[in-house]
Design a protein around this ligand. Structure first.
Ligand code: RI2
Length: 303
């Protein structure tokens, strides 16, 4: 949890492989052993965060490249340089996407409007900074985001953006939703039907936004698409330590079972726009598979 934000987690995973690849190279007597060593490392990384999908997508991009090279009989040296090139290529994509998403989002946000957001998403911050900087957004409500308070990071990063930043408790989201024009959130994962998995609390905010006739915009890079998940409920939701919620002895409060899901599922029908770096999706059932294909996340077998 020292690294937050799906994009950053993916970069950290790729950097971990880059930094360990020299050692794998040294202890591997053949290209097969090298490949096995890299895959072992990928497996360890994959198990760190079960819900966010950018890391698995980054690792499968790397692995697909390696696989292609291995099939054509690449040497150990060639495989090593494939790891380096593929990792850097994906890190570059991660770096460029927020700016593209911000540019595509601007026309979707009404001039002089008020937005509300939840948690911390580096992509959402990029969108909001751009929109605040040119006067599109005048006010931004930021929820503190229990239990780990990632909203503090969002508020800090939006300071000096040009918009009025208002920091509220999660419970006050309903109170302030009526004053907002648009809910803007990031994504940990998006299922193929457009369902969104994001920080717990996103679903009630989106449901309320719809109830009050507000727009819901999800800012998400294409590699947040969980191609193996047909719908949101197919995505494993990580439960974190009860101590994040109540740090003392639970006996003090009657020993309840303390439940701490880190994410929830927002049905795609509550979402107006999924803004990816490749296109703005308004009809998720067809748009999300199209983006996944454009981004090279689907193999030929997936159609
Ligand atoms: P970026 C965060 O989860 C939030 O749910 C956020 O919307 C999402 O990752 C995407 O973040 P966590 O990593 O990739 O705090 O847009 O568990 O930065």
């Amino acid at each position: 949890m020292r690294i937050r934000g799906a994009g950053r987690i993916a970069v950290a995973g790729l950097e971990a492989i880059r930094s360990g690849v020299g050692e794998i190279y040294q202890v591997s007597g053949s290209s097969e052993a090298f490949l096995a060593g890299v895959r072992e490392t990928e497996k360890v990384l994959l198990e760190t965060r079960p819900t966010a999908v950018a890391l698995p997508n980054a690792l499968s991009f790397l692995d697909n490249n390696l696989d292609r090279e291995a099939r054509r009989g690449a040497s150990k040296d060639e495989l090593r340089s494939t790891v380096e090139k593929a990792a850097l290529e994906f890190i570059r994509r991660i770096g460029e996407s927020p700016e593209r998403i911000a540019n595509l989002s601007l026309p979707l946000i009404p001039k002089g409007s008020t937005a509300i957001t939840h948690c911390h998403s580096s992509v959402v911050v990029a969108v909001m900074k751009k929109a605040a900087g040119n006067g599109t957004l005048s006010t931004i409500y930021v929820t503190e985001t229990r239990p780990l308070y990632q909203g503090r990071i969002t508020a800090t990063q939006l300071g000096g953006s040009g918009a009025f930043v208002k920091f509220i408790t999660d419970s006050a989201a309903g109170f302030y939703m009526s004053r907002a024009d648009i809910l803007v959130v990031g994504a940990d994962a998006i299922a193929m039907n457009g369902d969104l998995v994001n920080k717990v609390g996103t679903f009630p905010m989106a449901a309320l936004a719809k109830q009050l006739g507000k727009k819901v915009l999800v800012a998400a890079e294409s590699y947040k698409i969980a191609t193996k998940a047909a719908m949101g409920t197919d995505i494993l939701i990580e439960f974190r330590s009860p101590r994040e919620i109540y740090g003392q002895d639970p006996a003090n409060i009657g020993n309840p079972e303390i439940l701490n899901p880190a994410f929830d599922v927002t049905p795609g029908r509550l979402i107006d726009f999924v803004v990816t770096e490749l296109e703005v999706v308004t009809e998720p059932e067809v748009g999300i598979p199209r983006v996944a294909k454009k981004a090279g996340l689907l193999s030929d077998d997936d159609g």
